[in-house]
Design a protein. Sequence first.
Length: 259
Amino acid sequence: MGNVKLIKGKAVLMLLILLVSAGCSTSEPGNSISHTEANKPETVHKETSEPCKAEIDWVDFVMINNIKYHQNYEGTQEVSDSELGGKVGEITFNANEQACLDYTMKNGDAAFLPVGTAIYAMKGYKPEFRIVADHKVYEVNENPNAATMGDLLDIHGRVEKVSLESGDDGSAIGDFTPEASTAFVDGLLPLAYVGFDEVYKKSQSESGVFLRVHLKDGTSFRMVYYPKANAFNAGAFGTEQLRTLIMSQRMQIKAAAGL
């Protein structure tokens, strides 16, 4: 009987741990970006007739054609109808309202967009990089079909500059030189795309350097670079030349800003 009680007690404890874990989210430390916030919004589609009320902190994501996208709410503005390309899909499942604890992401899923919301290509960009839903820009987060960062990011010939941001509040600190911005992009795009999971193995305990890539159309997006791992949160490991370039620009920009 003592062993039976012990086994039951362990089972209850494991259930409590699972329930508590489902309600927790990872916050961003003062000088580093949370890996969860940056890249892992949607763990945990089970079709069910029973209501599921899992407490999950969702990032605003969309999945279509096996590509996962996150809303780029910091570096883009509302998209007008004239900027919409052809329809590429439609939302069929709202995770925030319907997902259970055993949720697995599928094509047509979104965190918050209502079922039936149309998904469009964005004029001027490959849909593998940016799409539009509810007049909001969603930008690629994971693409299993990408072989290089150039396949992942449709930014060749589009970059105006690269800048350094504060790890505390995301405020702008200063810009790379024009030459360094060009060299950064030239070095980034040929890198092999390995995905976030591989980068996470090497950089999970490291603080990152916040970079912002500004495009010529006035939009931008954030990248996080981990110098010790020599890795980018978008899913690639850098070269020594890129490490030297980024860290030297970081040092010069911070010195000029009195930091």
